[in-house]
Ligand binder design. Structure first.
Ligand code: NAD
Length: 319
């Protein structure tokens, strides 16, 4: 019998899959405090992991642990050096986590470009007639330039949607071949600054690493167009939040859509929460019924496949 800890509840479909597979015994762990994780995790042969930080101190107590199956594709909440050293396998949910985030990015682009929150508010406030004379910054996506930073699974969905709106798509990803980008209809650029200067929309789709932390800071925002918008659905630290707020307030760029924050949930006094040119969502890019179910099933299937020696290579993170 393999003992599996479900760290942070996930959609019932994946839980049922594990429950109904022979030789697996599960326990759901909802208290994500370090103390509770230190107490509980040493019991398990494998864990699924949604939220919750798994550091080396916790892992050091987990002598039976052979696999961590991430509910998602980012893994900045796990000490990967420890996993590598101790040969614990890390699995992710692959493309099940791509369609909804790509649609979420597109929604954020459309929402900002059509001043949607302002229009919605105007109808509710009885300003239906007045709004046509009010100043707003709505713009068409047609013929606009978008720069996608990080050309992985989500970006490969997003590019099709951008091209569907007749936008020109530039891609910055030093690890992806020019020909691959071109086969999707994009244009690869080798220098981030060259792209930032000319684009109308920037979408960040990179993992959070030493290199991507604060990759978009004030200095880089300063070279962007005054009308440009930044969409960050990747990880909070990729954009410097203080710089972003300042750049918008000083009209260095126009606005932003943020699904992720350096600290989640963000502090109530985070100035971005009051900035009218920023739209926000609570790390909810995957929150559709399809995506949550598919991710949960894939997270569970990865655990089952690991213990049954049927694992697909593309689900394994090369550490
Ligand atoms: N908001 C959400 O709910 C949500 C959901 C899914 C994924 N994410 C985030 O989005 C990120 C992207 O997801 P994905 O599935 O497309 O990942 P992916 O691993 O398929 O793609 C990431 C791409 O980033 C590129 N990259 C890495 N470092 C880079 C750098 N310094 N500069 C430019 N490119 C770089 C890689 O080459 C890769 O092509 C994830 O890492 C995760 O953090 C967020």
């Amino acid at each position: 019998m393999y003992k599996i800890g479900i760290v942070d509840k996930m959609h019932q479909d994946g839980i049922d899959l594990l429950k109904n597979t022979s030789n697996f015994e599960i326990e759901i762990i909802e208290d994500l405090s370090k103390k509770n994780l230190m107490d509980k995790l040493p019991n398990f042969d494998g864990i699924t992991l949604r939220r919750g930080k798994i550091d080396a101190e916790i892992l050091n107590k987990c002598k039976n642990l052979k696999v961590i199956s991430r509910h998602g594709v980012g893994y900045d909440n796990v000490d990967i050096n420890y996993l590598k050293k101790n040969k614990i396998v890390l699995l992710v949910t692959g493309t099940t986590t791509s369609t909804s985030p790509a649609e979420h990015i597109m929604f954020m682009i459309l929402n900002i470009s059509r001043s949607f929150n302002l229009f919605d508010e105007s109808v509710r406030n009885g300003d239906f007639g007045k709004i046509m004379h009010m100043k707003h910054n709505s713009f068409e996506l047609y013929n606009k330039k978008v720069l996608i930073v990080g050309f992985g699974r989500i970006a490969k969905k997003l590019i099709k949607q951008c091209l569907g709106f007749d936008m020109e798509v530039l891609v910055y990803d030093p690890f992806v071949d020019k020909k691959v980008v071109e086969s999707f209809g994009g244009k690869k650029i080798d220098n981030l600054e060259d792209g930032l200067k000319i684009i109308d929309i920037l979408s960040l789709n990179v993992p959070l690493t030493k290199d991507t932390y604060n990759m978009i800071d004030f200095k880089r925002m300063k070279i962007m167009k005054k009308t440009a918008i930044i969409i960050n659905t990747s990880r909070g630290g990729v954009v410097n939040e203080k710089d972003l707020n300042e750049a918008i307030n000083k009209k260095i760029i126009y606005g932003a859509g943020l699904d992720v924050f350096e600290k989640e949930p963000p502090d109530s006094n985070n100035p971005l929460l009051k900035n009218k040119n920023v739209i926000l969502s609570p790390h909810a890019a995957t929150f559709t019924k399809e995506c949550l179910s598919n991710m949960s099933i894939q997270t569970a299937q990865n655990v089952i496949d690991f213990f049954q020696n049927k694992l697909k290579k593309k689900m394994i993170v090369e550490l």
